[in-house]
Write a protein that binds this ligand. Structure first.
Ligand SMILES: Cc1cc2nc3c(=O)[nH]c(=O)nc-3n(C[C@H](O)[C@H](O)[C@H](O)COP(=O)(O)OP(=O)(O)OC[C@H]3O[C@@H](n4cnc5c(N)ncnc54)[C@H](O)[C@@H]3O)c2cc1C
Length: 565
């Protein structure tokens, strides 16, 4: 006999989607159980930037920004198209602000407006430059007490001194700490807090971005006393032709049967580390790298399929991508650094393929950059591609893991992070690209830097480019010369930050079968659910926005639904 639990709603996966579903269901009065395969909460969410794309959100409205669901719908119609998932999109846009307000009013899950943060196709009709994105309010991890160790840490590449989180706003004062008294005091306070933290905790407790989001969700769940089973993987759905009535969990070495009167929510983070799904759904050659949590093996998607669920998948649109460079960590293991916003758009950086030619506007979004890599790869090897800059650029803006003004860039040459050379010819030889073409590419870029117009790819033409460029740099904030040796080149590869294909659902996150009929008692959200954006990447927060909104809709639907038992 297996031990048995009876609940209203079982939720599998304690990432942002699963925790949000559990929290809302509990607030709605349901008896909830959340099971998590690993021994920590957070999943990929804990390593993310934590931004949510919520058109028309109240936080931005209160800060004076104007936006509406209708404007966002116009944008999505142009970007995603009209014929896909209309009901889901309508529900998403209609519910987004309400879902965030609901959490803000009743829990510790609190958000701030990002202000200026352009959509990723900022030149399309309906795109917004500001007011659509929100971020979690930073969180003091000390409030969690012993539970702090249950919050998964960000990737080492995103922390200073192996444990200190810094946000975008911290970077200026930290880099310029010896340039003004104000900066010095600001930085000294951050260091002092971090040192004090390390006397008691395994890492800094000043949590930002995605780490703040998952810690806030976890803290709110703990406050409400929602039971969370750790080391508890959902392995099987139970039920019959009338629907899902529960599941079998593997808890440590034991099997636990859970009867769930209102059903099961799958929120196991998608299939990013499930090789069979990658082979089946991703572009060829299948990119070997993923930034998702390594425990996300497609369990939810496989369980859904085993119960007759359909996948929603658009060919060529299975992932949301970022270019990554490969780092060597202090313990010798390898890590991935995503080149999201800090270096590519800055003046004096170009990206080239193996032919030594540019193939993209380097300042485009990380997702669009990788799509351009795929396209270029069809005619000239472009995986990896190389980000190339000179010594002045490295000093001023940094490159990948090498922060601006780093005193020992040679360390990164020695450990193989990037190549460096006194001349472009030598650099080209070291990275295996055509030297004549690279010289010519740099000469063209340098001419564009003078005129301020990139005739080839339009770098600096869009608001998004300029937002991530250097406003002080003239005439074009994104175009600069590469002239001062040594020159540097870092290899970048495509990696998914989230998967886009997943279980087909309706607007209440109910999983659909092959005939398009909802399977009673089965819900999916987060990356187990096929993205409402169908593989497009409209703006910052494209996965976490829908993860929270559809978790909210699933939980509220479950509350109103008849029991499946
Ligand atoms: C560097 C980086 C930055 C990002 N920034 C952003 C951003 O700013 N905005 C945005 O929208 N998106 C961002 N993303 C993407 C975002 O983090 C993910 O899309 C999001 O975390 C997915 O949430 P989820 O709850 O579906 O999955 P996850 O956060 O991955 O959580 C899944 C959980 O399910 C658990 N699990 C797996 N299998 C089982 C099982 N069988 N039983 C029980 N539990 C299981 C896992 O252990 C994990 O805890 C970023 C990603 C990266 C890598």
């Amino acid at each position: 006999m297996h031990p048995q639990r009876d609940v209203d709603l079982l939720i599998a996966g304690a990432g942002p989607a699963g925790m949000a579903a559990a929290l809302v269901a509990s607030l709605e009065g349901l008896d909830v159980l959340l099971c998590e395969k690993s021994n920590q909460v957070g999943g990929t969410g804990s390593t993310s930037a934590g931004t949510l794309w919520i058109p028309g959100n109240s936080q931005s409205k209160a800060a004076g920004f104007k936006d509406s669901a209708a404007q966002a719908d116009r944008y999505l119609s142009a970007l995603v198209g009209e014929n896909t998932q209309r009901a889901l999109r309508d529900a998403y846009l209609a519910t987004g602000p309400a879902a965030i307000d609901y959490l803000s009013a009743r829990t510790d899950v609190q958000f701030l407006p990002c202000g200026m943060h352009p959509d990723y196709r900022s030149n399309m009709a309906g795109a917004a430059l500001a007011g659509r994105a929100i971020v979690p309010v930073p969180f003091d991890g000390r409030l969690l007490g012993d539970d702090f160790r249950r919050v998964r840490a960000p990737i080492p590449e995103f922390m200073l001194f192996s444990g200190m989180m810094v946000g975008k706003a911290d970077l200026g004062p930290l880099i310029g700490r010896f340039r003004s008294v104000k900066n010095f005091i600001y930085s000294a306070k951050l260091f002092a807090r971090y040192l004090a933290d390390r006397l008691r905790y395994p890492r800094g407790t000043r949590l930002m971005m995605g780490n703040a989001l998952v810690a806030r969700l976890f803290y709110s769940l703990r406050k409400r006393g929602v039971p969370i089973l750790f080391d508890a993987a959902i392995e099987e759905l139970t039920g019959d032709r009338n629907g899902v009535t529960g599941a079998r969990l593997k808890v440590g070495n034991d099997n636990v049967l859970v009867k769930a009167r209102k059903g099961v929510v799958l929120a196991t983070g998608g299939y990013a580390h499930g090789q069979q799904f990658r082979d089946r759904l991703m572009p060829q050659p299948v990119p070997p790298y993923s930034l998702s949590f390594e425990g996300n093996r497609g369990d939810g998607v496989a369980l859904g399929e085993s119960f007759g669920a359909a996948l929603a998948h658009k060919a060529g649109a299975s992932g949301l991508w970022a270019p990554v460079s490969i780092t060597t960590r202090a313990d010798g293991s390898k890590g991935l650094f995503p080149h999201l916003v800090l270096d590519r758009a800055k003046p004096g950086l170009i990206a080239v393929n193996s032919a030594g030619r540019r193939f993209v506007n380097e300042g485009t979004s990380y997702h669009d950059f990788v799509l351009a890599m795929f396209e270029s790869h069809a005619t000239a090897p472009s995986i990896p591609a190389y980000l190339v800059c000179d010594a002045e650029f490295l000093k001023k803006y940094g490159l990948g893991i090498v922060y601006p003004g780093h005193r020992k860039p040679q360390k990164f040459v020695d450990n193989g992070y990037f190549a460096s050379a006194r001349s472009l010819d030598e650099l080209a030889t070291k990275i295996g690209v055509d030297p004549t073409a690279l010289r010519d590419t740099v000469a063209r870029n340098n001419r564009y830097a003078e005129t301020g117009t990139d005739v080839d790819f339009g770098k600096g033409d869009t608001e998004l480019n300029r937002f991530n460029g250097d406003v002080q740099h003239k005439p074009n904030p994104c175009l600069g010369r590469l002239a001062v040796p040594p020159f540097y080149a870092v290899a970048v590869w495509p990696a998914d930050i989230a998967v886009s294909s997943g279980l087909a659902t309706d607007a209440d996150a109910r999983v659909l079968d092959a005939a398009g009929k909802a399977i009673p008692g089965l819900y999916a959200c987060g990356n187990d659910m096929a993205s409402v954006m169908a593989g497009s990447y409209p703006g910052p927060g494209t996965t976490l926005g829908p993860a929270i909104v559809f978790a909210y809709r699933a939980a509220r639907h479950a509350k109103a639904a008849p029991t499946t038992l």
